[in-house]
Design a protein around this ligand. Structure first.
Ligand code: URA
Length: 293
């Protein structure tokens, strides 16, 4: 049987767009403008509509009338988690060690992407539209890493597609790089709702995947864009204005390579005066690639 859903009216479409906007912005509960007396509502008779709509289920042998107020000393009621899939139940440590085992099993970037696409212990995957794995050339000598996708990246499924991405493209171009000579990824491959920062737990769960991604790309130089990427991969707690321009050692399975910290393009869009510092870092990157540093 084919069931055709009626098209929403204009008013319904407006309402759906309005709700979508709020879900995008991170809203996860519906409230009302007026205060409600929920205790009073519990005592009030149920609306007639509900009563006539469904016959009462036959009582099960163990059915007991439930007291409205639990007896003193009884354990607190279990609160249902609001996330989905295994992300709802996995403890962060458990999820991170599961991520580690799965990431280790990937023998190629394609395999890693497939494993990540099926990984359900990070809650972000349930609010994101797409997995944002990477863009650029996996054979490149340089790998750029940002923090997490934004709305444009989430929609398109590739990193650095919006305004930050346009600025990153310009910065790369200024030192003779583009997406055919660089590889680009993020520390977290799903967009956090409303572009909030990923939580430390979300970063910890995604980290084994980005570490495996770096191993499989095997770049000569890793460029961390901003503090979250720098702190995650180096363990430093210093802010980016202290660490930018610094070279850190990064250990791959067969060799040690260099990690360069620099400013995130989104920060430069907010504070264009800092572009001169990023320019210094990109010149240092060019010198490294040319073997002059
Ligand atoms: N900012 C990031 O850190 N990554 C992206 O992919 C886009 C914006």
């Amino acid at each position: 049987m084919i069931v055709t859903m009626p098209s929403p009216t204009d008013a319904q479409a407006d309402l759906i767009a309005y709700l979508d906007f709020h879900v995008e912005a991170g809203a996860d509960a519906v409230l009302d403008e007026r205060p409600h007396d929920r205790f009073g509502e519990a005592d009030a008779p149920a609306p007639t509509l509900r009563r006539v709509a469904r016959p009462a289920p036959a009582p099960r042998p163990d059915d007991q009338p439930r007291p409205l107020v639990p007896p003193p000393g009884s354990p607190p009621p279990a609160v249902a988690p609001r996330t989905f899939g295994r992300a709802a139940s996995a403890q962060p440590d458990e999820a991170a060690s599961d991520a580690r085992a799965r990431a280790r099993g990937a023998r190629s970037l394609d395999e890693l992407e497939k494993i990540l696409a099926e990984f359900d212990a990070c809650p972000l995957r349930f609010t994101a539209k797409n997995l944002v794995f990477a863009d650029g050339n996996p054979e490149a000598r340089v790998m750029f890493l940002g923090e997490a996708p934004g709305a444009d990246e989430d929609r398109i499924g590739k990193p650095f597609m919006g305004r930050s991405g346009q600025l990153l493209d310009k910065m790369m171009k200024a030192v003779g790089l583009d997406r055919s000579s660089a590889y680009i990824g993020n520390i977290v491959p799903w967009r956090p709702p409303g572009n909030r920062n990923p939580t430390p737990q979300e970063v910890a769960v995604c980290r084994p995947f980005v570490e495996r991604q770096i191993e499989l790309v095997d770049p000569d130089i890793i460029v961390c864009l901003g503090a979250p990427a720098t702190q995650t991969l180096t363990g430093t707690k210093d802010g980016i204005l202290r660490t930018r321009g610094r070279l850190f050692p990064y250990t791959l399975p067969t060799r040690e390579v260099k990690l360069l910290a620099t400013l995130h393009p989104a920060f430069l869009l907010r504070q264009p005066v800092q572009k001169r510092l990023a320019w210094r870092d990109f010149r240092a990157l060019r010198a490294l690639l040319d073997g002059k540093a």
